[in-house]
Design a protein around this ligand. Structure first.
Ligand SMILES: Nc1nc2c(ncn2[C@@H]2O[C@H](COP(=O)(O)OP(=O)(O)O)[C@@H](O)[C@H]2O)c(=O)[nH]1
Ligand SMILES: [Mg+2]
Length: 404
């Protein structure tokens, strides 16, 4: 799948930069194009792989290269004012070989979250290709201004974008790890996962063509019209081959082993390794891509994984394919889930955004609103008291502590 990335704001730009780095690092033909758009000049200067002519500064007459802070209403306005600058930068690179547009942004900030709906609207107006969004949600620990930004941006994007692939910034934070120090590996994780999906079907050199490739239309069939999507991933390092190991494994049926490995990776990816934590069973469609050295790929493994997903998810529409990578020492699977419902994180985000908006409307200052919200937020970590009648065992339990 040939992708034109439009990286908006700081996080969007950094993630897009990594997609281009990833594209340059493979021996395959280049399949990614990109521009980066920002109202903050220093953020654009920090990019490494997107060439300077493809870094677009917007809102210069208004904020003079200093950014819009976390004001995404201003972000939307300056994107609208400079939309021609953005569109012509896309047009100059050429879009005749583009299968999809991918807007990449964090939802919490000002520039990216504000400009994303504006850019999506105009891309839909001008092009026939699908317009997707890779969007980073603020972590649960981040402030309410970010949360309100995210809610506004996502609500508006739902009108224009064909689908949103979501990442929760807090999803894999290890205890004690700061969010800032995790940015780089979160970004790499996003790029690694989406690249596997995009590259299956584009392998052209090296002779290793996938047995079952996944093309842009299959990805489209999985996520088009699905508001909320995400990606799961799991991988296993292959043991180094040695004559000793071969002697030990001599009696095993290798095909069965390959197939079982793939099924177990797919199960892990879907159950516990989603970029947006959610219940994989409440999903309408799915697509599996297995990447690894050609000799470790297994059609049977992909088929069994598809069957397992078909049985497990609510919708039951599942596609699958592979992506041979010569000399790779890993087998990895990426699972794209389309049409997720009942996501606690999203409901919680819109609830917090509503409260924040109400607080602002009732005339509280930002500081006061923050205090109100902080208390509400802290409360949620404390258990409620049981107000129902106690059962005999509960009562006994409670009396134990009393030492009477
Ligand atoms: N995953 C990730 N999140 C980031 C990164 N930089 C900032 N963020 C998050 O993005 C949000 C702020 O958006 P940012 O892109 O800085 O704002 P903008 O430049 O105004 O669009 C917050 O939720 C941050 O936690 C990054 O490099 N990676
Ligand atoms: Mg920032």
């Amino acid at each position: 799948m040939r992708v034109f990335f439009i990286g908006l704001g700081q996080a969007g730009g950094k993630i897009t930069d990594l997609f281009i780095a990833d594209d340059m690092s493979t021996r395959e033909q280049r399949i990614f194009k990109a521009i980066a758009v920002n109202s903050a000049r220093p953020d654009l200067l920090g990019l490494k792989y997107i060439v300077p002519k493809d870094r677009i500064l917007i809102g210069e007459t208004v904020v003079r290269g200093h950014g819009v802070g976390a004001n995404n209403k201003l972000g939307a306005k300056i994107a609208q004012a400079d939309i021609d600058k953005i569109l012509s930068a896309i047009d100059m690179q050429g879009t005749s070989d583009t299968d999809v547009f991918m807007i990449v942004t964090a939802f919490g900030g000002g520039t990216g979250s504000g400009s994303a709906p504006v850019v999506a609207k105009h891309l839909k107006r001008l092009y026939n290709e699908p317009v997707y969004v890779l969007g980073v949600l603020p972590a649960e620990s981040e402030g309410n201004v970010y949360v309100l930004n995210a809610a506004r941006s996502m609500k508006t994007l739902a009108k224009y974008a064909d689908s949103m692939i979501l990442i929760d910034n807090g999803a894999f934070l290890r205890p004690g790890e700061s969010l800032k120090s995790a940015y780089h590996w979160i970004n790499s994780e996003i790029v690694k996962r989406f690249s596997i999906l995009a590259r299956s079907g584009e392998v052209t050199v090296g002779g290793a063509v996938g047995e079952m490739v996944v093309d842009a239309s299959e990805i489209a069939q999985t996520i088009n019209g699905m508001e909320i999507c995400t990606i799961g991933y799991a991988s296993e390092e292959l043991p180094r081959s040695s004559s000793i190991r071969k002697a030990f494994l001599g009696k095993e049926k290798p095909d069965q082993r390959k197939s079982a490995r793939i099924l177990s990776l797919v199960t892990r990816a879907a159950k516990t390794r989603l970029l947006l934590p959610s219940d994989f069973r409440l999903v309408r469609k799915a697509l599996v891509v297995v990447a690894g050295p050609p000799e470790e790929l297994s059609r049977d493994g992909v088929e069994r994984s598809r069957e397992w997903l078909e049985k497990s998810i609510a919708g039951g529409e599942v596609r699958g394919g592979d992506y041979p990578v010569k000399n790779s020492r890993y087998v990895a699977v990426a699972v794209l889930l389309g049409g997720i419902s009942g996501v606690h994180r999203i409901d919680n985000l819109f609830e917090r955004a509503r409260k924040m908006q109400e607080a602002i409307a009732t005339g509280l200052t930002k500081e006061e609103a923050k205090k109100v919200e902080k208390t509400a937020q802290l409360m949620q970590f404390v258990d409620d008291l049981e107000t129902e009648e106690a059962t005999a065992e509960e009562l006994e339990d409670l009396l134990k502590d009393l030492e009477v």
